[in-house]
Design a protein around this ligand. Structure first.
Ligand code: PGA
Length: 251
């Protein structure tokens, strides 16, 4: 049985005070919420520490929005996996489409980040997803498969089983208010599981959680989370509001 993971990606939003307030609201809710749901908050780097203090001793997990592929050293502006572990993060988001686009992260760089994080014992949420024009020409499954193969090249099955969560986020659905239908999302999630089975074996594919992301909100979360292969959500916009995020957590 895969515990559903509802992960909040706050992106470059909020300030110290609102981060702490929102984290406290999520903690209060999650501590009394259904045990088959897990919540994770990924604040901006500067707010990891204050949010960690709020979450300490509770059930809500702390995550990061990115991680460097480099070991500690002369890399101005980068944040290492060691630092994130030191701050209590259990996972980092890797390969988000906004980073692939705005920071020009290639498949190779996504792979390097994923590998270094997992080597150090930091779990990842690996984001994959097609652009609109790729879906329009029917290439979405091929694109997602290529992203998975590139990011997870050379991983041991046990590493994938224990440390990797996949997030399928169709780029055209992120921050646009447009969501994939539950049936379209489920079809892609089943495909992701088939690719994982081919690469790492059936047991690993059954164990890995595959989240859906892209305009998830209280009104569509229930339908999405009811699908057999949708094991949670990566939530952007709706995670910035305590009532919305906790509604998704209990959907
Ligand atoms: P959204 O973002 O929920 O605002 O569409 C999701 C994401 O980018 O992870």
């Amino acid at each position: 049985m895969r515990t559903k993971l509802i992960a909040a990606n706050w992106k470059m939003n909020l300030d110290r005070e609102t981060s702490v307030r929102l984290a406290a609201e999520v903690r209060r809710f999650a501590d009394g919420a259904r045990p088959d749901r897990q919540a994770l908050l990924a604040p901006p780097f500067p707010y990891l520490e204050p949010v960690r203090e709020v979450l300490r001793g509770g059930r809500v997990l702390l995550g990061a929005q990115d991680v460097s592929e480099h070991p500690p050293g002369a890399f101005t502006g980068e944040v290492s996996a060691e630092m994130l572990l030191d701050l209590g993060c259990v996972r980092a988001i890797v390969g988000h489409s906004e980073r692939r686009e705005h920071a020009e992260e290639s498949d190779e760089r996504v792979h390097a980040k994923a590998k270094r994080a997992v080597d150090l014992g930091l779990g990842i949420i690996l984001c994959v997803g097609e652009k609109e024009e790729e879906r329009l020409r029917g290439a979405e499954k091929r694109i997602v498969e290529a992203q998975l193969r590139a990011a997870l090249a050379g991983f041991a099955p046990r590493e994938v089983e224990q440390q990797v969560v996949v997030a399928y986020e169709p780029v055209w659905a992120i921050g646009t208010g447009r969501t994939a239908t539950a049936a379209d999302a489920e079809a892609m999630h089943a495909h992701v599981r088939e690719v994982l089975a081919a690469l790492f074996g059936e047991g690993v594919a059954r164990a890995v959680r595959i989240l859906y992301g892209g305009s998830v909100k209280p009104s569509n979360a229930g339908e999405l989370l009811a699908e057999a292969d949708i094991d949670g959500a990566l939530v952007g916009g709706a995670s910035l509001d305590g009532a919305s995020f906790t509604a998704i957590l209990s959907a």
